[in-house]
Design a protein around this ligand. Sequence first.
Ligand code: MN
Length: 427
Amino acid sequence: MRINNAQISAHNELNLNLHTRQFALFSEHLEQKGIDSDNLISQINALQVAIPSWALGTGGTRFGRFPGGGEPRNLEEKIDDVGLIHALTKAAGAISLHIPWDIPKNPGEIKSLAASHGLIFDAVNSNTFQDQSGQLHSYKFGSLCSSDDNSRKLAIDHNIEVIEYGKQLGSKSITVWLADGTSFPGQANFRHNLFRTRDSLKEIYQHLPADWQMFIEYKPYEPNFYSTVIQDWGTSHFLAQSCGEKAYCLVDLGHHLPNTNIEQIVATLLGIGKLGGFHFNDSKYGDDDLSVGSIKPYQLFLIFHELVWGMANNEANNPPIAYMIDASHNLKDPIEDLIQSLEAIRIAHAKALLIDHQALAEAQQNHDPALAQEILQEAFQTDVRPLVREARLRNGAALSPIDCFRELKVRENLIDERGKTTIATGL
Ligand SMILES: [Mn+2]
């Protein structure tokens, strides 16, 4: 199923009156503050977030999986689903592939299918956290860190192969996330594990094309519960520095211990020009992979404040950040869940754009924390939804993507096309 412009227009027509009145009020509010709404809208529309190819199916936990029907059966259908999300929101203009779950058999055709939906290929992701069937050397005790030369070489070769797939699709980056670590004290030597990982990454880095980037993701625990080789941003930064200028850190919101000040990490990495990738999700306890903004919307706003200010004051020449949603959809329809996450991202971004940076800098200079809080709250408490809707309207997307998805009975159509019991590859 594809959604055409006429269907989007019909949905917008029904809701246009109310929206026009709400946006007129909001514009007046902006005008009084001397803010140019056109400029805000183009900044909002410029932020595009990649959808990973493994996000279109129902996720699961180790306890169970409850598929909802109509899941994509192959890479083509996954791209079609991202196309649906992008048609409704115009906020998800990229897809991030996971190898080997989604190996493009005919890269040329896959590339033109994506282009027909207005999608490009974002970072490609390698997978050395599970053994594939028939694999000769196991990753059970580590991949890039492994003390077994054969396992380590297999993991290095896999990453090089992933770069080759990415080149054929026009991707410009590879994301490396490792499950490597230990579950018991004494199980392995910390320093040897770290340095072997560094040397493996350096070998992969040698195969990186000149215009590519490598993103190194960190995570404090899980699936290993005692230590993780790349446990935090400092370790990720050490590895990126060791590899070279095309290697960057990747921040995943769920990959922090509870109450970590993630916005400060973002500020630091942007300040030194080493923030390459960013994975959105939300969490209550750990790497819960919940919908973006569903648990801690204020934290998301504070992070966006650092992203907006950091990129506007980019002395370290940090490259444009590769944004991706990295969540799991266990209960909700994956497409609806991704639409909600995109909405939360847009709202937090729009609120951050409202922050008066000059007034905040003055409050900071004058040691006035009460005023600094007022300035942040003024932006955070503003209902920016009329602005976000207007941005969508001008971009040819739906005023309310979720409503439009339901009105058009997209899921019912997908179940008709693909069946009730299909299961997408992935976690
Ligand atoms: Mn991630």
